[in-house]
Design a protein. Structure first.
Length: 146
């Protein structure tokens, strides 16, 4: 990628069949400037809860965006819990989620600015589909876009 990537939108979604059960995380990263897709992928997580899958999607999305050279990120998720925890509205009480939350906070420090926004499930269909595909195939799926 040439030039400095300034800002990205990171759509994330996690899901589990059962809770816990087979789980996956979906991530779509787009340029905030023109909406160009920069990364699309789904992670197969094995056995996990829905909330763990949401956080794994966040960690992967932030890591990928940092690797792409983004300085600002807007994270869009249909998980109200994740968004409210990351913005400090809710405390993180679960020990497993706390570790993931701490890792996400650390990754956020790699950016000049990270904002979190809760969006309706319908606006997150692509990330949801990637998470579902990873669960169905029981493997990672990736489309290196751009």
């Amino acid at each position: 990628m040439t030039g400095q990537l300034r800002a990205v939108r990171i759509y994330i979604d996690g899901g589990a069949r059962g809770n816990p059960g087979p789980a996956g995380a979906g991530i779509v990263i787009q340029s905030a400037d023109d909406g160009t897709s920069l990364f699309e992928g789904g992670l197969y997580l094995g056995e996990a809860t829905n909330n763990v899958a949401e956080y794994q999607a966040l960690l992967e999305g932030l890591s990928r965006a940092a690797e792409l050279g983004a300085r600002q990120a807007e994270v869009l998720s249909d998980s109200e819990l994740l968004v409210r925890q990351m913005t400090g509205v809710y405390r993180v009480k679960n020990a497993r989620l706390r570790k993931l939350f701490d890792s996400a906070q650390e990754l956020c420090r790699r950016f000049r600015q990270v904002r979190f926004r809760h969006i309706p499930r319908e606006r997150n269909a692509e990330a949801d589909e990637l998470a579902r595909r990873a669960i169905n195939l029981r493997r990672h799926v990736e489309d290196a876009a751009g």
